[in-house]
Design a protein around this ligand. Sequence first.
Ligand code: NI
Length: 188
Amino acid sequence: MILPIIAYGTPILKKKAQPVPSDYPGLGELVENMFETMYQAQGIGLAAPQIDLSIRLFIMDTEQLKESEEHDDLVPVKKVFINPEIVDRMGEECRYNEGCLSIPTIREDVIRPEKIVIEYYDEAFEKHEDTFDGLNARVIQHEFDHLNGVLFTDHLKPLKKRLLKKKLEAIAKGEVKMDYKMKFPLRK
Ligand code: NI
């Protein structure tokens, strides 16, 4: 089932999400719905707050990026991250042009470390610790931020943020064209 994606300006996107209990009802179905929703919107990552659930869970699949020449050395990762903790951040600070399904039409450069170590549970509640770098580390850090109520626009310099203010307000009002289902906080 495709779920509507919550747009910029909705309070749940600014909230710290709650841990997922191991007996969370309908977890398998939720994960399935999130993948369906993400693929339909042509995203490579989706966090639970973006579908109106304030829980610490996100999914990613970087397979779709492999088709572009820029990322031909990428090892695609398709995974579910539950109650994740980034335990280490290493490598150079890298710049990459990010977007977000909750903030359609806006893309901006964000600086983040190149490599991370993350602890998380999978959908069977098995614990893992893995290291990711490059684009995979990029997506994970972006999605992990969503669980703490942080959006990529929060990483921008104040001047850049001011320049985007009108565009962001228009998104909150639903005055934006996109080809997937969304829910806007201020749409009349
Ligand atoms: Ni996002």
